[in-house]
Design a protein around this ligand. Structure first.
Ligand SMILES: Cc1ncc(COP(=O)(O)O)c(C=O)c1O
Length: 396
């Protein structure tokens, strides 16, 4: 007879348990629910025709390699295309042996965390931050310590104070999203970025720059990533095809010091041997054909309009009962609602078939219970407006 699962399990599954994420993923397949909780792109902006043609070409011209296992570090053709893409669009430079291809940037984070954390190590984060990263840090018994970000700018002085409070051998790394932060949609100014790099260098701390949304900017050109300002190899850069091409490809990457990348790639190899080879070939062809660059204005136009629809409806429905900074980038409005406990009100919202992410889930300390993360990229504009109106009924 099978052993009692409770006796079988370690405490890891409990530690990483994330009911909010379960909720989001479960509701992804329920079309009658207005889902403002997730971070899904709008399928209407997927470049489906170019991808269909490319997939066909890959399978005709290159099927033997594309359907085969491939190097754990990534398919060389794809790596070369990523390097050229980052250089021409973001000023991020890398060599092939500094780049590891992963199954989404989520795997890059996981393999890095598995490679570096000892129980009790401290990871310094923005507060609020990307909650799934926090869950995975906890899998390795790392302790997140957050620094606030008043009006979207990380308070680097507070961050430094927090670093000083931790004994040096437990300080492990800084995890940030300098451009298009999740959930606030804000980007650090060049001054904040420089200050952050200075502090990281002073304490010898690597900075993980998680940059999935950096190219999705609604107010002009995308700001430079921290990595483009990094002179001393202090920054470990992570990004993904998920938000600018398609998350279903499950392609991300990490760029860092060659030795570190090599070590993390050993870990990645025992997780999944290699990243989906077919996806890598499809993405390599797409990058070579400038599919992302050709589609970026379309993505920005559709999302700008949706962002405006959400912001306008929030103002119309809630007036001065809501408070938010209009996001310049990314996929979310992070909003506060006067006198509302968004965690408790979620039940009321679900009754009205609308879902959001309660803001307290995104804090590593000092949670705000009146906050909600609202996604504007996935639902249609009508659904966004209807969803916000239903929230008004659920909240007041
Ligand atoms: C900040 C951030 N990092 C990483 C990820 C993981 O993305 P993926 O694994 O699809 O590349 C996400 C996904 O939403 C995200 O928002």
């Amino acid at each position: 007879m099978l052993m009692n699962p409770q006796e079988l399990l370690t405490d890891v599954p409990k530690r990483v348990e994330n009911p909010d994420l379960n909720n989001i993923l479960a509701y992804t397949v329920k079309p009658d629910v207005i889902n403002l909780a997730g971070g899904l792109p709008d399928p209407a902006v997927f470049p489906s025709e170019p991808l269909r043609d490319i997939a066909e070409r890959v399978l005709k011209e290159n099927y033997a390699a594309a359907l085969q296992y491939s190097p754990a570090t990534g398919v060389p053709e794809f790596k070369r295309e990523i390097i050229s893409f980052l250089s021409r669009n973001l000023g991020v430079e890398a060599k092939e042996d500094q780049l590891l291809v992963t199954s989404g940037s989520q795997e890059a984070l996981f393999a890095l965390a598995m490679s570096i954390f000892r129980p009790g190590d401290v990871v310094f984060t923005e507060n609020p931050t990307y909650y799934v990263a926090v869950s995975l840090f906890k899998a390795f018994e790392a302790v997140p310590v957050g620094a606030p970000m008043p009006s979207g700018q990380l308070d680097v002085n507070v961050l430094e104070r927090k670093i000083k409070e931790v004994e040096p051998k437990r300080r492990k790394l800084i995890y940030v999203m300098p451009n298009a932060q999740n959930p606030t949609g804000a980007s650090m100014t060049e001054e904040t970025k420089r200050h952050l790099l200075e502090v990281a260098e002073r304490y010898g701390l690597p900075v993980v720059e998680d940059d999935p949304y950096g190219m999705i900017n609604y107010e002009g050109k995308s700001p430079r990533p921290l990595k483009a300002m990094d002179r001393n190899n202090q920054v470990i850069y992570m990004s993904t095809m998920s938000k600018v091409l398609a998350p279903g490809l499950r392609l991300g990457w990490m760029i860092g010091d060659k030795e570190l990348v090599n070590a993390v790639s050993n870990v990645k190899q025992v997780i999944d041997l290699n990243t989906n080879t077919l996806s890598q070939y499809v993405a390599a062809y797409a990058l070579r054909g400038r599919v992302i660059e050709n589609n970026l204005n379309n993505i920005k136009r559709v999302y700008t309009s949706k962002r405006n629809a959400m912001v306008d409806e929030l103002r119309d429905s809630f007036g001065d009962r809501t408070d938010f900074v209009k996001p310049e980038s990314g996929m979310f409005v992070f909003s506060f609602f006067k006198g509302v406990n968004t965690r408790e009100s979620l039940k009321e919202a679900v009754k009205r078939s609308v879902l959001y992410l309660p803001g307290d889930a995104l804090y590593v300390s000092d949670p705000r219970y009146d906050a909600a993360r609202l996604n504007f990229t996935y639902p249609s504009e009508d659904k966004i407006k209807e969803g916000i109106r239903r929230l008004r009924q659920a909240f007041y």
